[in-house]
Design a protein around this ligand. Structure first.
Ligand SMILES: [Zn+2]
Ligand SMILES: [Zn+2]
Length: 270
């Protein structure tokens, strides 16, 4: 099993100790994990200024030798995407060395749609259709930018939106969603299946399985899987059962990354 989306004390919103994550992953029989701490470049973001590349790099190389032969550990990052910060993100990445780079949409038109208040305000200010379309537009720009290895938690806007507004179906926004999926395929990046949605209001992965299936039907190849862990009980959260669902959808394995290079991974038990 794999968990490719984990936050620790190196992210502003997690208290998880990296060693504890590794121990828990081994206990749960995980083969490989990626630490994907938040990099937030917008001063309005809670995580702004928190990210410390050197400390993270040092800790991960320490862990790699400490857990050598027991657990594979990758250095990832989760970057908050904003179109206007593309150059800044590229400059940041220029002299860095990552295995795996997730791009995620947390901010849309300066509304923080990864938090309750920001989402409430977003849907107060924009009409429902415009709001969802804006979210898809930012997501399209992210995948089209060519900066990232993977699109993180697509549809996470549903986490709080469903408190305030009627949910949407894939059919309702088929066109912009298909454009995003086609672009992921064209750019040869990965779509993340993020299990945190199973513990949030939508009670479905991000994105929902219907959209994962659509991605595969369109010829999309690369999938990663992650729990978006911020707490001990999140590590590997419902990944075994989600892998079974993916296998039933016909996937042979998921994609791992090594310094940005894709490696296909087949699990005997998947
Ligand atoms: Zn995120
Ligand atoms: Zn995350």
């Amino acid at each position: 099993m794999i968990d490719y989306h984990i936050h620790t004390i190196f992210s502003c919103d997690s208290h998880l100790k990296p060693e504890m994550v590794c121990n828990r992953a081994i206990e749960r029989d995980f083969y490989e994990i990626a630490f994907t701490e938040h990099l937030d470049l917008d001063p309005q973001d809670d995580g702004y200024g928190y990210y410390n590349y050197d400390d993270i790099t040092e800790k991960i190389s320490e862990l790699k030798s400490q857990y050598n032969g027991r657990l594979k550990i990758k250095k990832g990052v989760e970057i908050t995407y904003q179109k206007e910060r593309e150059d800044e993100i590229r400059r940041f990445l220029n002299d860095k060395d990552y295995d795996f780079i997730i791009g995620s949409v947390h901010l849309v038109n300066n509304f923080d749609v990864s938090h309750d208040e920001g989402t409430a305000e977003f849907f107060k200010q924009l009409d429902r259709e415009r709001a969802f379309l804006s979210y898809f537009e930012v997501t399209f720009d992210l995948v089209n930018s060519g900066i990232f290895d993977c699109l993180g938690h697509f549809e996470m806007i549903r986490r709080y939106a469903l408190k305030y507004i009627a949910d949407y179906s894939y059919e309702e926004f088929k066109k912009p969603i298909d454009e995003i999926l086609e672009t992921i395929k064209k750019k040869r990046i990965a779509l993340e299946v993020n299990t945190s949605g199973l513990r949030h209001l939508p009670k479905e992965t991000y994105p929902r399985m219907e959209i994962v299936r659509r991605f595969l039907n369109l010829g999309g190849k690369y999938l990663t899987i992650g729990s978006d862990a911020h707490l001990p009980e999140h590590i590997g959260y419902r990944i075994p059962e989600t892998m079974k669902l993916l296998k039933n959808m016909g996937i042979e394995g998921i994609t791992l990354f090594n310094k940005g290079e894709k490696i296909s991974y087949k699990e005997k038990d998947v």
